[in-house]
Structure formats: structure tokens, C-alpha cells
Design a protein around this ligand. Structure first.
Ligand code: TYD
Length: 191
């Protein structure tokens, strides 16, 4: 199964993925962790570009969309192999991050033709003000008005694509419990 956590910057995805991964491993499952952008050459270039003050400009965003799609395409064989081996793939972001951050549904879908769709997407939703207190401001996207738009797009995508939405304003343990309650039945587990 390919499970993905989505959310705006500062939503706590990395912390929750670690907790979820550890819980699944403690239950005896084999977990593969991935994140986008990846550590590939393309992913490294993306991380540099995200620091540019121009990153939110239209042409820059289009270029980033292409790079995110390329980085993701490189990752797909790996995900497929892990899923085929009955491992649980836990991913920090997916194709849906591009829909939320780069916008432009049709074109983004086209350039992500080779991207696998996660079997389960959990959206960590929270107030922008709370999210921003958890960001260090080093990336251009970590800015109130921009993240406000991204949050709205995520909530719309959640409706359209059936994401499970978790209230990430709550404390770490409560959010972890909520995530476990979503994941457990999908894997035939009891909590
Ligand atoms: P993030 O999850 O914040 O990584 P890290 O915690 O390692 O910094 O992702 C980096 C940024 O990339 C984040 O602002 C969201 C953005 N992003 C997109 O704009 N489009 C995408 O397709 C992806 C995967 C990420």
C-alpha cells in the first residue's frame, strides 16, 4: 500500500510519518519511507530553487512543476517495486502537492502522467498562523498569503479526490491517534 501525508509547510507531516512508520513497524509490518522532493539530483536542484525570492512567480512555478514531475517520475519504479513486495510505502508528499502548490490542474496532471496515485492520502489541515510558527522561513513558499491559497486548494482536492482530513491544530499524540484510526482498518489492523 502506498500511503501519503499531505499538508502545507509546518503541518507536521515529517513528525507524523515517523510516528506512523514506527507504529507500523512495531506491529510487524515492513515500511519504506520516501519524501518529495527526493534526494536525487533533480530533488537537490529543487531544494536550491525553493530558496529563490522568485519561487512564487508564474514562470518559476511552471519550471518547478516540471522539475517536481521529473523528480517524481524518477521515484516511481522504486515505489512500485516496494508495493509489489508487500511493503508499506509511507510518503511525505506526492503528485497532489504539485496540484496544491503549483496549481493548474490539467497541465500538472499531464506532466505527471507517470506518477503513481497513492492508495490513501491523509491531509494534515491546520491554521496558517500555527503552521508558520513551525517554519524557519528559509523557503519562499513559507509565507501567509501563499500558504492560505495552498490550504484552500488542498481542502478542495480533499473533496474531489477523497483524502482523509485530520485536524493538525491538535497536539502530536492526538494527531497520531487520528492517523492510526484511519490507517488501521485499511490494513486490516485493530487499535
Ligand atoms: P517540504 O515537505 O516542506 O520539505 P522539507 O520539510 O524537507 O523542507 O517540501 C518542500 C517544499 O516543496 C514545500 O514548500 C512544498 C513544495 N512542493 C511543491 O511546491 N510541489 C511539489 O510537488 C512538492 C512535492 C513539494
Amino acid at each position: 500500500m502506498y500511503i501519503c501525508l499531505e499538508g502545507i509547510d509546518g503541518s507536521g507531516k515529517s513528525t507524523q510519518l515517523e510516528l506512523l512508520g514506527k507504529w507500523l513497524e512495531d506491529c510487524g509490518l515492513t515500511v519504506t519511507r520516501i519524501r518529495e522532493p527526493t534526494d536525487s539530483m533533480v530533488g537537490k536542484l529543487i531544494r536550491k530553487m525553493l530558496k529563490s525570492p522568485d519561487a512564487k512567480d508564474e514562470s518559476f512555478q511552471r519550471t518547478l512543476a516540471l522539475l517536481f514531475a521529473a523528480d517524481r517520475t524518477l521515484l516511481m519504479d522504486h515505489i512500485q517495486k516496494e508495493v509489489d513486495m508487500n511493503r508499506i510505502v509511507l510518503s511525505d508528499r506526492s503528485f497532489y502537492s504539485s496540484l496544491a502548490y503549483q496549481n493548474g490542474e490539467e497541465w500538472i496532471a499531464q506532466i505527471n502522467h507517470y506518477a503513481l496515485k497513492p492508495d490513501l492520502v491523509i491531509l494534515l489541515d491546520l491554521e496558517i498562523e500555527t503552521a508558520l510558527t513551525r517554519c524557519d522561513g528559509s523557503d519562499s513558499f513559507e509565507e501567509k498569503d501563499f500558504l492560505d491559497e495552498v490550504r484552500k486548494r488542498y481542502l478542495k482536492l480533499a473533496d474531489q479526490h477523497g483524502f482523509m482530513v485530520v485536524n493538525a491544530n491538535n497536539g502530536v499524540n492526538k494527531v497520531h491517534d487520528d492517523i492510526k484510526r484511519i490507517v488501521a482498518p485499511k490494513l486490516g489492523m485493530c487499535i
